[in-house]
Design a protein around this ligand. Sequence first.
Ligand code: F3S
Length: 71
Amino acid sequence: MKVKVNPDVCIGCGACQAIAPDVFEINDDGIAQEISEEVKEEFVEDATDAKEGCPVNAIYDPEDVVEEQAA
Ligand code: F3S
């Protein structure tokens, strides 16, 4: 699984970092960013919860985007 945060959409609510602190961090701009784009197996569940829990849907899987563009 891969994750990315869209910095134009994130409002810095911090929920993702609270849910998945090994996957997301809040940067100096107060916006979330992925610590590493590739999510380690043990953090996939947390990353999925954070992705689904983001109030503005700023978290996405870049592989999904590629599939959508190809379709
Ligand atoms: Fe931003 Fe959503 Fe996380 S608004 S701080 S990406 S939960």
